[in-house]
Design a protein. Sequence first.
Length: 349
Amino acid sequence: MPEFKSKKADIIAVAKAARVSASTVSRYFNHPELLKPATRKRIESAVRKTGYIRNRAAQTIHGIRSATIGVLIPTLDHAIFAEVVQAFSDTVAEQGFTILLASHGYDLEREYAILRKFLEHRVDGVVLTGLDHDAAVFQLIDSQQIPCVLMWNYAAGARYPSIGADNEEAGRMIAEHVIALGHARVACMFPPTDGNDRALARRDIVYATLAAAGIAVPEPWQLTTVYSISESKEDATRLFAGTQRPTVLICGNDILAMGALYAAQASGLDVPGDISIVGIGDFKGASEIEPALTTVRLPARRIGRKAGQLLAAMITAPGAEPVPGIDCAPELIIRQSSGPPAKGEFLID
C-alpha cells in the first residue's frame, strides 16, 4: 500500500487550531502589534502545533512585510555592541520582528555589500552603526525608500534619525575630568579611526580640550592601538617603561583602558598613585576590575531599546511624523582608577 505524506499545514489549519479567522492569523504575522497578547499567544501555540511555515517569497511579491530588520555593526568582538544589539533585538521582537545581524569590520565597502544582501532579502528596515557611511550606502537606502536609523551616535543634523550618545561630549567629559584633577603630563591611547567616526570624534575633542587648557600631548605619548586588551597592554607597557612617564593615560574606550591597567600592574605601578588611567564606554567589567575604572558611560541598552522602538514605529506607521533622533546623554562615572597627580618629578631612574 503506498505511503502518502501528510499535507503541509496552511493558514486555514492554523486559524482552526487557534479558533480565530484566517485574517487574524495573517494579522498576527504582518501586524502583531494590533492583536491582544492572549490572541498572539494562542496563534503562536497553533503555529507550533501545526508546524506551519509561511511562504515569505510569495508574500513579498504582494508587498507584505518580511518582518525582518537588517542590523549592521562594526564588530561582534566587543561586549558593548552585544549589549546594544540584544536590547534592540528584544525590543523589535515584541513587535513581531526578527533581526538579520552582520558585521563589516570597519570596512565601508564591505558594509555596502552587506546592505545590498539585506535588501535582496527584503528586510523591512535597516540599522547602521554611527553617522559616517559611504555615499553609495545612503544612495541605496534612499533609492529603496527603506526605513533606516543610525544607532550608537547622536547628531541633531544626521541624514536619518540617530539614536545614541554624543561622542564629542563623552570625550570632552573625560578630558575635563583629567584637567580638573590637575594633570598636565597626559598620554592618550585611541583606536584606529578609519571607518570609525566614534573614535575620531572622541580623539579630536580630547586633544582640543587639552589644548584649550594649555596641555600639549607629546607625539610619543599619542598612541594608536587596535581594540585588543593584549595589544593595549603591550603598548602601555612600553609607554610606562620610558625615561619619562605621564601622570595619566586617557584611553578612547574601556577595552584599551583595561589593557593599560594590566600593564600598570605588570610594571609595578600603583593606580592612581603613580598613574591614573581612564576610559570611555563603561563596558561590562569596568566596575569590577581592580582598581575600578573611571570612564564615561554610554547607555548601550537604552540606545538599543530606543532605536528598536523608533524603527519599528517607522515600519509599522510609515505616514507618521518623522522623529529627528534621540540623544542618550553620556555620564561621567568616577571610580578608583583616577586621582590627582603625585607631587614631584616623574622620572624613572
